[in-house]
Design a protein around this ligand. Structure first.
Ligand SMILES: [Mn+2]
Length: 284
C-alpha cells in the first residue's frame, strides 16, 4: 500500500479529485489516503470534499484527522460560535444530512500514528507537543477524542463549551489544530512565530525526537520539507492572495529506511483551478 498524505483541501474538491485520480491511475486500489485535516471551509465545495474522504475512510482506505475548520464547523453546528460569510462550509450545516456529518466529524481522530520504513510517525493538523514522546502525544490526544466523541451530543457540547484555561483537554484540542509557535516554556500560540526558533517545529526539532510528523495548517509557511517533518499546507484555497496556491500530496518513498530524510522528491502538486480567496474586508 502506498500512503498518500494530502494537505489542506478546504473545499477544493476538483483538485482533490485530480490527486485521487492520479493515485488510482498509478496504484489502482493499492493506496491509502491520509488527510491532514481542514478538508472543509473557505473553498467552493466543502460537502463534496467531505464526501470524497468519507467514502475512502468508510472503505478502510483513508485516515482523516480533524483540523481547526472541522472544529469550527462543530462549534457552529452546536451554536457555540457564529459562522462568518467567508465560512463556506455552512453548506454542510445547511444540508439535509447536517446531523449525520456532525456525528461523523466529532468521531474523527485528532492524531493518527503509523510507521514509514523504520520510522514511526504521527499525523496531526497543526503541531505536535515538543515535550511529549509519541506515545504520550497519542495517549493525551485519545483522551480529547473520547470527550469529543462522547456517547451523547450534550456531553460533547459541554466539553466544547469548556474554557481552555480551566480544562487542559479543551486546551489540547485547540493546540493540536491551531498551534504554530511556542513563545516560551509552557506556552503555545496560534500566531506565526516572532522569531524562527519559536516555530513549534523548531522547538520540536531541538528536542531530538525519533518520530516523524506530517502536518498541515500553515499556508503562509508553504511546503515544509525537513528531517522528520513534512508540512503540506500549500494554500490551495488562498490562490490569488499574492501567490500561487497548490494542493500538495506527499508520497513517501517506502524503499528508504527513513522516508522522512531529505532531499525528497515525492510530492504531487496540483495548482488551484482558479482564485478562491474571498476578500473579507466586509467582515467585522
Ligand atoms: Mn488549519
Amino acid at each position: 500500500m502506498q500512503p498518500i498524505f494530502v494537505g489542506d483541501v478546504q473545499g477544493c474538491a476538483e483538485e482533490l479529485e485530480e490527486i485521487l485520480g492520479r493515485a488510482r491511475a498509478r496504484f489502482g486500489e493499492r493506496f491509502e489516503a491520509l488527510f491532514v485535516g481542514d478538508l472543509v471551509n473557505r473553498g467552493p465545495e466543502s460537502l463534496r470534499a467531505l464526501e470524497l474522504a468519507f467514502d475512502l475512510v468508510e472503505k478502510g482506505r483513508a485516515r482523516y484527522v480533524l483540523g481547526n475548520h472541522e472544529l469550527g464547523l462543530l462549534l457552529a453546528g452546536l451554536g457555540l460560535r457564529p459562522l462568518r460569510s467567508i465560512d463556506t462550509a455552512v453548506e454542510i450545516l445547511d444540508s439535509p444530512d447536517a446531523s449525520f456529518w456532525m456525528e461523523w466529524l466529532r468521531r474523527r481522530p485528532l492524531v493518527a500514528e503509523g510507521i514509514l520504513g523504520e520510522r514511526p510517525y504521527v499525523m496531526v493538523h497543526a503541531a505536535a507537543h515538543p515535550d511529549w514522546s509519541l506515545p504520550e502525544l497519542v495517549a493525551r490526544a485519545r483522551g480529547v477524542e473520547a470527550r469529543l466523541a462522547a456517547p451523547s451530543l450534550d456531553l460533547a457540547l459541554h466539553f466544547l463549551a469548556a474554557d481552555p484555561r480551566e480544562d487542559p483537554e479543551r486546551d489540547l484540542l485547540e493546540r493540536l489544530v491551531h498551534c504554530r509557535s511556542i513563545p516560551g516554556a509552557g506556552r503555545w500560540s496560534r500566531e506565526e512565530p516572532s522569531r524562527p526558533d519559536e516555530a513549534w517545529h523548531a522547538v520540536w526539532t531541538r528536542r531530538g525526537h525519533r518520530y516523524g510528523v506530517v502536518y498541515g495548517h500553515w499556508a503562509m509557511q508553504g511546503l515544509h520539507v525537513a528531517p522528520g517533518l513534512r508540512g503540506l499546507d500549500t494554500g490551495c484555497v488562498h490562490h490569488g492572495r499574492g501567490r500561487t496556491g497548490y494542493l500538495t500530496a506527499w508520497l513517501p518513498d517506502l524503499r528508504r529506511a527513513d522516508p522522512f530524510q531529505i532531499p525528497d522528491e515525492g510530492f504531487w502538486k496540483v495548482q488551484a483551478r482558479r482564485r478562491y480567496f474571498i476578500e473579507a474586508s466586509d467582515e467585522p
